[in-house]
Design a protein around this ligand. Structure first.
Ligand code: ADP
Ligand code: GN1
Ligand code: MG
Length: 363
């Protein structure tokens, strides 16, 4: 069955003219679908079912969350089809079309938007922060128990570390000897990896419904106004910590270069962008953030950047089986940018804490 046949399984507004690969996600296969004589466009996605084995649970989560989001946006007089992902049902009214081991879904393409792989505008980044903060605030009170854990231990940094140690041991790709310095870098920081997991376990910070993949290219920015209008990539919505959501936007957005920049001299942590994001995020989440979460925001940024670097390194050791890669050392290159950012953030962690407190006081 080709992609044109797949599209026919969904309730779309006309005949398909073209289906072209779209976007820069690391996980799913994404296509832009354009129709003949009709301005409506769609996003067609083949889910990565090796990673999302429970795609039914994943799609149930998305349906539940988008349905609540639609109600909220509507009640606030917003434009539902621009401000929230809109799934397109199949001909038999399902949220996805499964065939063999594959799972396909379609959503409305939000026009006149851009995503950034690197951000340099503080005002755009501040607005992205506001959108992500608002996203968590809107889901406050949503029954976390009604969502399935799409990928168990997804942001359990301690578990990620254990998997990393196992990957070194197994050395499936026979590359362990090439990354002794990187392994040392992680091991030197092993005692810090449990800070968020422990804070959740001992009730110092709440378990919330969170997005869990708040990379900066997962928010659509209006081309004309620069406003962050729609949060996408809802695959990993599940119970989690706000610190990882805050942190992953910082990891991706405060990097002065691409996640896979080979020239580490141009990879830096932009603290002005950090301040901009803090401002926006704290405005967006409002009173829902707890004092302890506020005090740990900078720790969230450092830990998730380390966690992400560990995941890239683990995948490198495993033989590149998780993230999409374009060349042999792609995962290692990504790991290097993350570790460089970790070092930069560690040196500025006091300043990062002060910025968060200042932003909170100035709301
Ligand atoms: P992945 O999980 O592989 O990252 P995403 O759901 O993030 O997949 O989609 C990949 C890219 O496709 C996004 O970064 C964005 O550029 C684009 N995209 C996805 N959904 C939409 C949409 N509804 N409207 C416009 N662009 C979208
Ligand atoms: C993946 O799907 P995408 O490209 O937005 C990954 C994230 C990582 C990110 C690193 C389900 O995100 O966890 O932080 O790559 N998503 C999944 O760029 O593993
Ligand atoms: Mg994505």
């Amino acid at each position: 069955m080709n992609n044109y046949d797949i599209v026919k399984k969904f309730q779309i507004a006309g005949e398909t003219q073209s289906i072209v690969p779209y976007g820069e996600g690391h996980i799913n296969d994404t296509y832009l679908v354009t129709l003949k004589d009709c301005p409506t466009q769609y996003i067609l996605q083949k889910l990565n079912t090796k990673i999302f084995t429970n795609y039914k649970g994943l799609m149930d989560n998305i349906q539940k969350v988008t349905s609540v989001m639609h109600d909220i946006v509507r009640s606030q007089g917003g434009d539902v089809d621009r401000e929230c992902m809109r799934l397109i049902p199949t001909l038999d009214n399902k949220a996805y079309y499964a065939v063999g081991n594959d799972c396909w879904r379609m959503s409305l393409f939000v026009k006149d938007t851009v995503v950034y792989q690197v951000i340099d505008s503080p005002s755009v980044f501040e607005d992205a922060g506001k959108a992500f903060g608002k996203f968590i605030a809107r889901l406050d009170g949503f029954d976390a128990g009604s969502l399935c854990e799409v990928i168990p231990n997804f942001h359990n940094t301690v578990d990620r570390y254990e998997k990393f140690l196992r990957a070194i041991e197994d050395n499936k790709s026979n590359r362990a000897h090439l990354v002794q310095n990187e392994i040392k870098f992680v091991k030197e920081r092993a005692d810090k990896l449990s800070l968020i997991v422990d804070a959740l376990a001992n009730g110092q910070i709440p378990l919330r419904v969170t997005h869990n993949d708040t990379k900066i290219n997962n928010v659509l920015i209006d081309k004309n106004t620069g406003k962050a209008i729609c949060i996408i990539d809802l695959d990993t919505i599940m119970p989690g910590s706000l610190l990882y959501d805050f942190g992953d936007s910082i990891r991706s957005g405060c990097n002065t270069a691409l996640e896979d920049e080979k020239n580490l001299d141009i990879v830096d942590f932009n603290i002005n962008l950090y301040e901009a994001y803090c401002k926006g995020f704290l405005k967006g989440i409002g009173e829902k953030i707890t004092d302890k979460e506020l005090e740990m925001l900078h720790i969230g940024a450092i830990i998730i950047t380390l966690e992400c670097g560990i995941r890239f390194l683990t995948d490198y050791l495993d033989g590149d089986i998780y993230f999409k890669t374009d060349y042999d050392d792609h995962n290692l290159v990504r790991c290097h940018t993350q570790f460089k950012l970790v070092e930069k953030m560690e040196r500025q962690s006091d300043a990062m804490l002060e910025i968060a407190k200042k932003c909170k006081n100035n709301i």
